[in-house]
Design a protein around this ligand. Structure first.
Ligand code: SAH
Length: 346
């Protein structure tokens, strides 16, 4: 009955340690198994050649190692960005993106199948949410990509694919602990970013995390009116509550927050919007990542012109608010921010 066996990638190192202990296996074996799965890319127990045979039998009796199938892979001709569609074992599918840059390989991972939040500019929420991803399914996106690029090292992770990572908190944080672990992917916490649409209960939990994981908050509006129009979540978790929690976060943790702001012509990209945003963020240690809207076929929005983007940025600068303009990557294969979907053709 293979379906009753638990996927080994659903265990954190601590959890695997205690599970193996209960099976009377020496505790250091958990680290070895981790290294096999996450560093040497073993796809089954047979490949874990330095584990004694009886141990491999115990493992294959109790667990399975699920590997993902890449059902579609697109490579951008513009910049080498790669978008992957993975099949999950219940026949759902999920997208992830590899963004290569000089000295860096960043993966953008999904946390849920679909998204519950229905932001007006984002393709990921078009069909609502199906379910959370398991920890192993999140890790498999990174492993699948790593196999596809022949084991080249993944250096950065952004939880900015489909879904709201902080609404699937336990699975996402466990997957991050594995990516961060020296026996797992060994990626430094500061190279891992969690992005939230402003799910306040999740941000409050995140505040207690010991690891120095980066936090991004998707803002997109500097008033409740604009933000609620673009992001229905703002009706429940309002801008003033959100900013209160963000200020508490930077104070308590002594860390900065990156605020993401998609610029949409005629909606949130005017000079007045820039001034309102500057006032909202005044004195808050952080920076703004301006993202000119990426076209999504179901929406009529347009990005502002390059000149307008620059003017918006200048106004922020005049108010001492740091910002960067996010370079668009993978646009020819719909792999840019906001273009990942729930239902791709399988
Ligand atoms: N739910 C989380 C994680 C997804 S991050 C969050 O909202 O933060 C996805 C990022 O892409 C967000 O900053 C989002 O606002 C941005 N985005 C979504 N649609 C976009 C579009 N059409 N053009 C540019 N950026 C977009």
């Amino acid at each position: 009955m293979p379906q009753t066996k638990k996927d080994l990638k659903d265990f954190s190192l601590d959890e695997l340690n205690s599970r193996l202990k209960s099976l009377r296996v020496e505790p250091y074996r958990a680290k070895q198994v981790f290294e096999w799965m996450y560093q040497k890319g073993a796809k089954n127990f047979g490949e874990m050649t330095d584990l004694p045979l009886p141990l491999r039998h115990i493992l294959s009796d109790k667990f399975r190692v699920l590997t993902s199938e890449i059902i579609k892979r697109q490579i951008s001709k513009l910049d080498g960005t790669r978008k992957y569609l993975f099949r999950l074992d219940d026949n759902e599918a999920v997208e992830a993106v590899l963004i290569p840059a000089k000295g860096r390989q960043t993966v953008c991972l999904s946390s849920q199948v679909g998204c519950a939040y229905g932001c007006k500019f984002c393709a990921s929420g078009l069909l609502g949410i199906k379910r959370d991803l398991r920890c192993g399914e999140i890790l498999e996106q990174a492993l699948g990509i790593s196999r596809d690029i022949k084991g080249a090292r993944i250096t950065n992770v952004v939880m900015m694919g489909t879904g709201e990572p902080l609404a699937n908190y336990d699975n996402v944080m466990k997957a991050i602990s594995v990516m961060n672990s020296p026996y797992g992917f060994g990626i430094g916490a500061r190279k891992i970013t969690v992005s939230t649409a402003g799910y306040i209960p999740g941000i409050k939990r995140f505040m207690d995390e010991k690891a120095q994981i980066e936090l991004s908050v998707s803002l997109h509006g500097a008033t409740d009116e604009t933000r609620s129009y673009l992001m229905p979540i703002n009706k429940k978790y309002t801008l003033s509550e959100l900013m209160k929690v963000c200020r508490e976060y930077v104070r308590e943790k002594d860390r900065i927050i990156t605020f993401e702001y998609v610029l949409i012509k005629g909606v949130n990209a005017s000079r007045e919007d820039a001034t309102a945003l500057s006032k909202l963020l005044k004195g808050l240690p952080g920076k703004v990542n301006l993202i000119p809207f990426n076209p999504v076929s179901s929406f009529n929005f347009m990005p502002p012109s390059g000149k307008e983007v620059k003017e918006f940025q200048d106004i922020l600068k005049n108010h001492d608010v740091n910002s960067t303009i996010r370079a668009q990557r993978g646009a020819d294969i719909d792999a840019a921010c906001g273009q990942l979907r729930l239902r791709e053709t399988i």
